[in-house]
Design a protein around this ligand. Structure first.
Ligand code: CP
Length: 314
């Protein structure tokens, strides 16, 4: 594996899921594998889980991990080629990424979307600049359009909570929020759930259709109550509009998941990638109750990252 940026195929995904579960049982089994190697975790945006879990994963493989908060500690980066840098940017991505490539064996990058420039976001322009200019393997710590380490951890979590032969019914439901939120988690979850063969239904208010590139093969049901019928897993997430790009169309509170919404589910487990705004996106009664898998998902981020780094190390 060279880069880890998205769902590649079912075989690779299943291998990574098994590897992650193996590392959960035996976190230090490969503690010599990364000795003498360094991973640079470069954050252009805030993080708690991704930052800590990736560092722990690298440590369990014997690697050194260096975290750089480029949004606060680095120079303001210019991303466009050929510009006269006489405004706010101080260092060009060509130079910064090339230098980082000489410091590290693997780079891991978080670069959120602008939610204003749809073309650039859809092309994952900023994230791809690091791939283009660093010359080293790159892991996505969440790009403009995908969050694959989160999705891998989510697939591990579903597997841990499902012991039947048939695939579970998985529902991805939109939740209210007061801010314009990226599509990356929802896109990636859909991409991985479908790729792993789950029966996926996506429900959201009208106007919140995701990019079809990620949802082809999912059932789209605009009636949330209907979508939640017979659900085994419900993944809760807000995202802003994709067609009316980056806009908040509604904050309809009735979409926030409570116990009463799950009466016709199959005693569904509830997932969220965190951070979550309690009683806005998801109710206390669900988050603090027996259905919630959110802490287990967050813990599995360690082993997802460990499996991916291990594959890249070879
Ligand atoms: N789920 C997730 O990526 O969390 P952080 O933003 O805290 O890293």
């Amino acid at each position: 594996m060279k880069n880890f940026t998205k769902f590649e195929n079912k075989t690779t995904a299943e291998k990574l899921i098994q590897q992650a579960m193996h590392y959960k049982e035996n976190p230090w089994i490969d503690k010599a594998k990364g000795q003498g190697k360094r991973i640079g975790c470069i954050f252009l945006n805030p993080s708690m889980r991704t930052r800590a879990s990736t560092q722990i994963a690298a440590q369990q493989l014997g690697m050194d991990a260096i975290v750089m908060n480029m949004d606060k500690e680095g120079w303001a980066l210019e991303m466009r080629d050929g510009v006269v840098m006489n405004k706010g940017t101080i260092e060009h991505i060509k130079d910064a990424a090339a230098v980082l490539g000489t410091y590290f064996d693997i780079l891991a990058i978080r670069a959120f979307p602008s939610l204003t420039n749809k073309q650039e976001d859809v092309e994952d322009f900023v994230f791809n600049q690091f791939i283009k200019y660093s010359g080293k393997p790159v892991i996505s710590l969440e790009s403009a359009i995908r969050h694959p380490l989160q999705s891998l951890a989510d697939m591990v979590t579903i597997q841990e909570n499902w012991n039947k032969e048939i695939k579970p019914k998985v529902v991805l439901t939109w939740a209210p929020h007061i801010k314009a939120i990226p599509h990356a988690v929802a896109n990636s979850f859909s991409e991985w759930a479908l790729g792993c063969g789950h029966d996926l239904t996506i429900t959201h208010p009208e106007g919140y259709e995701l990019d079809e590139a990620f949802t082809k093969g999912a059932k789209i049901e605009l009636n949330q109550a209907k979508a939640l019928e017979d659900a085994d897993f419900v993944y809760v997430k807000n995202w802003s509009a994709f067609n009316d790009y980056g806009k908040i169309i509604t904050t309809d509170h009735s979409w926030m998941l409570k116990e009463k919404h799950l009466k016709k589910s199959k005693n569904a487990k509830v997932m969220h990638c965190l951070p979550v705004r309690r009683n806005l996106e998801l109710s206390d009664e669900i988050l603090d109750g027996p259905r919630s898998l959110v802490t287990q998902q967050a813990k599995n981020r360690i082993y997802a990252a460990q499996a991916v780094i291990s594959q890249i190390l070879g």
